[in-house]
Design a protein around this ligand. Structure first.
Ligand code: AMP
Length: 258
């Protein structure tokens, strides 16, 4: 009888010990996975009409999360203001609100991306890809040169009527190292100078109502093409509602997606 009781308690204790091992193993494994996820590097592309706030959100991610940002529009404007040979070519398309040819854009983006493939920072691509060919080339670059990055697509959703007004009122810092973005309704820019660095604030040449209408038309055509391409590749498009929201709220909502 006593022997039987001792045997039973040994079995019970053994079972408790074994299940403890499983639980410990599982949580160590989970912790490992969580660490891996925290270290996971991402390449985000933002879909969203001109003026939907892609640039502002990207700036916040750079300042607060240490992300690297490539805005193809800013990169091209830098070439134009530095009067480089590429800049002259780019300007022909940009001043009419037309897209720059894929071949040229992909070459410039590939150079920028591959020079960062060893960095430990996540990346935001603002304004790229804009065509299905650019998207196809981007997937190839990630596969071949940056396999340790996860590609994510985020679509900023907002009615176009809401943004046309915002675009006309947009002002950008003329200092190429600052490039902060403001709105004429902000009292801190009433002097016409950037509150961050003191440089002059300017209205972008393509932020006029006529060019904005052209840019929307071009954008809508290419957005459809891009969405079809991503869907055909089985890639998920995550939606971020940015209508009637402040940049702070949009940034908080975006962080929930990380
Ligand atoms: P953004 O600053 O993104 O609104 O871009 C301003 C202009 O730069 C666009 O209207 C295009 O002319 C050109 N651009 C920027 N990104 C691209 C791209 N990925 N493909 C083609 N053209 C682009």
């Amino acid at each position: 009888m006593l022997k039987g009781k001792i045997l039973l308690s040994t079995v019970v204790l053994g079972l408790i010990f074994l299940s403890g091992c499983f639980i410990f193993n599982d949580s160590t494994e989970n912790r490992g996975k969580q660490k891996e996820m925290a270290k996971e590097k991402m390449i985000f592309t933002f879909l969203g009409a001109p003026g939907s706030g892609k640039g502002t959100l990207a700036q916040r991610c750079a300042n607060n999360l240490g992300f690297e940002v490539l805005s193809t529009g800013d990169l091209f404007r830098q070439h134009i203001s530095n009067k480089t040979n590429i800049g002259k070519k780019l300007n022909e398309y940009m001043e009419k609100g037309q897209l720059v040819p894929d071949e040229l854009v992909v070459k410039m983006v590939k150079e920028w991306l591959t020079s960062r493939s060893d960095s430990d920072k996540s990346i935001i691509l603002d304004g790229f890809p804009r065509t299905s060919l650019q998207a196809k080339k981007l997937l190839e670059i990630i596969q071949q040169d940056m396999p340790n990055y996860v590609f994510k697509i985020v679509k900023l959703e907002i009615p176009q009527e809401e943004i046309s007004q915002r675009l006309v009122n947009r002002r950008v810092c003329s200092n190429k190292r600052c490039q902060a973005i403001y709105n004429t309704s902000m009292p801190e820019i009433s002097s016409g100078k950037c509150p961050k660095c003191g440089a002059e604030l300017l209205q972008r040449k393509d932020d006029t109502p006529e060019v904005i209408a052209d840019r929307f038309e071009v954008y809508n055509k290419h957005e459809k093409e891009l969405i079809n391409f991503y869907e055909s590749e089985g890639l998920e498009i995550e939606k971020l509602n940015v209508s009637q929201k402040t940049p702070d709220i949009i940034f908080q909502d975006f962080k929930k997606m990380l």
